[in-house]
Design a protein around this ligand. Structure first.
Ligand SMILES: [Zn+2]
Length: 337
């Protein structure tokens, strides 16, 4: 069975109440940062809707025919749409397939269900085709659109869905859940980890498992050496994780955001990158707001390019942002520790 996380409970309760009242929304948009377990939530919901003998709290039993088909990924009433192999987008042909799926009556369960993930990767014509379904939804249908970049979805789509926000919460239950899963040897608390990874608890855990904290430290050290003229640009680029450029670009964005905060007089304790606050304070004195915002825009833009396309040249994206970083901060004689 897909994992059910404690921070899913309130959204779950409200949907189960709708289900009991026979008012299940026909389209639900699951939105929020990565690492919140939105796909698990969607799978659990579909499991619940396919189950013949729902358990306490509305959860699927895991053993009836509906649940077994669902767990095997072969339930005839569920369709999952995601970018086809080698493709980045969800095409209009896939949405046409959805039209035919919905034209048939449910065979096994009460509802026909659909998952679209990542929903923001639908092409414009795919989104327009989906809109026709959302405007006149067939009965007993539940469409689940999952996204961590909801603003990239047309507002016409967003406004026709019930919106469920999965927000990063630093509530006691989230902190405890994460803390219990961190290696005891790790000298880091859950809140700092959530802050550094910029996502939900699952993302934070991935940060630990994939050793991103170590890479981050190394990257930032190299970045400061580069700024001081102690490291060559090409050496820096070579040392970076070229196959996972998303992280270095994210780190640069947070460093620039922190520098902007410091330049605006925000206290160091509100920074994402606490550990290098002193070095950032020195950088903050050297660049104008205009330059900082231009650098931040470039970092976000290159991150979008990195996320959204295949066959791009990561070296070029990284060199470009590092050169702009140097224009912003070079000649800084800071004391990075
Ligand atoms: Zn069941």
């Amino acid at each position: 069975m897909p994992e059910f996380y404690p921070w899913h409970q309130s959204h779950w309760n409200s949907l189960m109440a709708s289900q009991i009242a026979k008012r299940m929304p026909h389209a639900i948009l699951l939105m929020g940062p990565e690492g919140m377990g939105k796909r698990s939530f969607a799978s659990n919901l579909i499991q619940a809707l396919s189950c013949e003998y729902p358990q306490k709290g509305g959860h699927g039993c895991g053993s009836c025919a509906g649940c077994r088909l669902q767990l095997a990924g072969s339930h005839p009433d569920n369709l999952t749409l995601f970018p086809r192999e080698g493709k980045q987008t969800i095409s209009v042909n896939q949405i046409r397939q959805l039209h035919s799926h919905l034209a048939l009556k449910a065979r096994q369960s009460l509802f026909k269900t659909v998952i679209i993930y990542p929903a923001e990767e639908m092409t414009l014509s795919a989104a327009n085709s989906l809109l026709k379904i959302l405007e006149e939804p067939p009965g007993r249908t539940v469409l689940l659109l999952i996204t961590s970049a909801s603003l990239r979805l047309p507002i016409t789509i967003r406004s026709r869905c019930q919106q469920l926000f999965f927000t990063i919460s630093k509530s006691q239950e989230v902190k405890m859940w994460l803390q219990q899963r961190l290696p005891p040897s790790m000298n880091l608390d859950a809140v700092t980890l959530l802050r550094l990874s910029g996502g939900g608890p699952l993302r934070a855990l991935e940060y630990v498992e994939q050793n991103f904290l170590f890479y981050r430290k190394e990257f930032i050290n190299n970045l400061f050496s580069l700024t001081q003229g102690k490291l060559d640009l090409f050496e820096m680029v070579r040392s970076c994780l070229k196959d996972n450029l998303g992280e270095p670009l994210y780190w640069i964005s947070t460093l620039v955001e922190d520098t902007i905060r410091l330049r605006s007089g925000v206290s160091k304790r509100f920074l994402v990158n606490h550990d290098v606050a002193n070095s950032l304070q020195l950088l903050a004195r050297r660049a104008s707001f205009e330059m900082l915002f231009a650098l931040l825009k470039k970092a976000s833009c290159n991150r979008e390019i990195w996320k959204g396309q295949i066959n791009i040249n990561p070296q070029l994206l990284l060199e470009e942002i590092l050169i702009q970083w140097l224009i912003c901060f070079s000649k800084v004689n800071h004391e990075h520790t």
